[in-house]
Design a protein around this ligand. Structure first.
Ligand code: KG4
Ligand code: ZN
Length: 339
C-alpha cells in the first residue's frame, strides 16, 4: 500500500484520465472523453485516439493535481494503465508516467486495466472489501471475477466473442441509434416490452460462467432484415428484448456465482454497469439472496484513473530505474503473455 497521494493515469481506450488517490480516498478524478470524436465512425479509431491522448494528457494531469490540491512534490508514486488496451493509446500514458516518475525519481506502478475495474469498489465511499464476486462489463471486456484477494482476482468466466457493451453498441446501431449506443438503447427500451421477442440466450464456452453475445446480435440483424421497416412500437419492443437478452445473463451469472462461492457481496464495474435494467436485476436478486451490492458511481464504473490508483495499491511497485524497461502491452494473446 502506498502511504500518501499518488498520481494515476489511464489512456487505454478513448478516455484521457488522471486522478489523485490517497489510500481509499479519491482526491480528484479528471476524465476527458473522446466519445464525440469517434462517434462519426461508429467506434473508436485507434490512431485518432492515440493522437488525441497526446494533445490532452498534460492538461488532464495538471487539472487532476490542481483539483486534488497537491503538487508534484507531494506525490509518493505514479500509477499508469499498462495493459490491455489500444497500443498507441496505452503508449501515451505509459510514456508520460515514466517521464514524470523519472524526473522526480518516484516509483512507478504499472497497472492492469481490468484489475482497475475490480478495485473501483474498494474506493470510498463504497469501500468494499473481499470476498465478493465482480462483474466487469464494458465495450471491450466482459468478465466475472471471484475476489478473495484484490491483488489476485480469480477469473470465473469471460466472453468467448463480443463484449457485452460491444453487442449493445452494435445492436443499437442496427436499430438506428448513435454511438456509443448503450444509453440510447436503454432509453428506447424503456417504452418497449422486454418479453415481445425471444432472443437466443447462449451459455457458451467450456465454463458455465462464460458469456457469448455474438448470436444475440446476429439474431437481431436477421429480425430487422426479415421484418423490413419497423414501426416505432416494434423498434422499442426489440430494443427492450435485446437489452434483456444481454443484461439478463450478466445479472443471473453474477448472482449464481455469488451463491456458489458463498460470498456476501457482488460488485459491478465497466460502462454497462450504468445500465438501469442491469442494476435493477442485480439489486432485486441480491436482496433475495441477502447480498450486499457494491455499485460505484457511474463515473467510477466507466473508464477512469481513480480505479487505476486503487489497483495500484495492490500491484507491485517498480523502483527507479527498473521501470525504464516497462512497456505498454496491448490485448493479451490467448494463454497470456510470457513474463
Ligand atoms: O467502460 P466503458 O466506458 O469503456 C470501455 O469499453 O472500456 O464502457 C463503454 C460501454 C459502451 O459499450 C457503452 O455502450 C456501454 O458501456 N454503456 C451502456 C450504458 N452506458 C454505457 N450500456 C448499457 N446501458 C447503458 N446505460
Ligand atoms: Zn474499461
Amino acid at each position: 500500500m502506498i502511504d500518501g497521494p499518488l498520481l494515476a493515469i489511464e489512456t487505454s481506450c478513448d478516455e484521457t484520465a488522471a486522478a489523485i488517490v490517497d489510500g481509499r480516498r479519491v482526491r480528484s478524478s479528471i476524465i476527458a472523453s473522446q466519445a464525440a470524436l469517434h462517434a462519426p465512425y461508429g467506434g473508436v479509431v485507434p490512431e485518432v485516439a492515440a493522437r488525441h491522448h497526446l494533445g490532452t494528457i498534460n492538461r488532464v494531469i495538471d487539472a487532476a493535481l490542481a483539483a486534488g490540491g497537491v503538487g508534484l512534490d507531494d506525490l509518493q508514486a505514479i500509477a499508469v494503465t499498462q495493459r490491455p488496451g489500444l497500443i498507441g493509446a496505452l503508449l501515451v500514458g505509459v510514456s508520460t508516467a515514466k517521464a514524470l516518475a523519472c524526473v522526480r525519481r518516484l516509483p512507478l506502478i504499472s497497472v492492469d486495466h481490468l484489475l482497475g475495474h475490480v478495485c473501483a469498489s474498494w474506493l470510498e465511499p463504497v469501500a468494499l472489501d473481499p470476498p465478493f464476486v465482480c462483474l466487469i462489463a464494458s465495450g471491450g471486456h466482459t468478465r466475472l471475477d471471484l475476489v478473495h484477494d484484490l491483488a489476485a482476482p480469480e477469473t470465473l468466466g469471460q466472453t468467448i466473442d463480443d463484449a457485452a457493451g460491444e453487442a449493445i453498441d452494435k445492436g443499437a446501431r442496427l436499430l438506428g441509434l448513435g454511438y456509443p449506443g448503450g444509453p440510447a438503447l436503454e432509453q428506447l427500451a424503456r417504452s418497449g416490452d422486454r418479453t415481445a421477442h425471444r432472443f437466443p440466450i447462449a451459455l457458451g464456452g467450456k465454463r458455465v460462467r462464460d458469456f457469448s453475445f455474438a448470436g444475440v446480435k446476429t439474431s437481431l440483424l436477421y429480425v430487422i432484415r426479415d421484418e423490413g421497416p419497423l414501426s416505432a412500437r416494434r423498434r422499442a419492443d426489440l430494443a427492450a428484448s435485446y437489452q434483456e437478452a444481454i443484461v439478463g445473463p450478466l445479472a443471473a451469472r453474477l448472482l449464481d456465482a455469488a451463491r456458489e462461492h458463498r460470498v456476501p457481496a457482488v460488485a459491478l464495474g465497466g460502462g454497462v454497469a450504468a445500465n438501469g435494467r442491469l442494476r435493477e436485476l442485480v439489486t432485486e436478486g441480491a436482496a433475495r439472496q441477502g447480498l450486499r451490492v457494491a455499485m460505484p458511481e457511474i463515473a467510477l464504473c466507466t473508464d477512469n484513473a481513480a480505479m487505476i490508483g486503487a489497483a495500484a495499491q495492490f500491484t507491485a511497485v517498480v523502483p527507479w530505474p527498473d521501470y525504464l524497461r516497462v512497456d505498454a502491452i496491448p490485448t493479451a494473446p490467448p494463454g497470456g503473455i510470457a513474463a
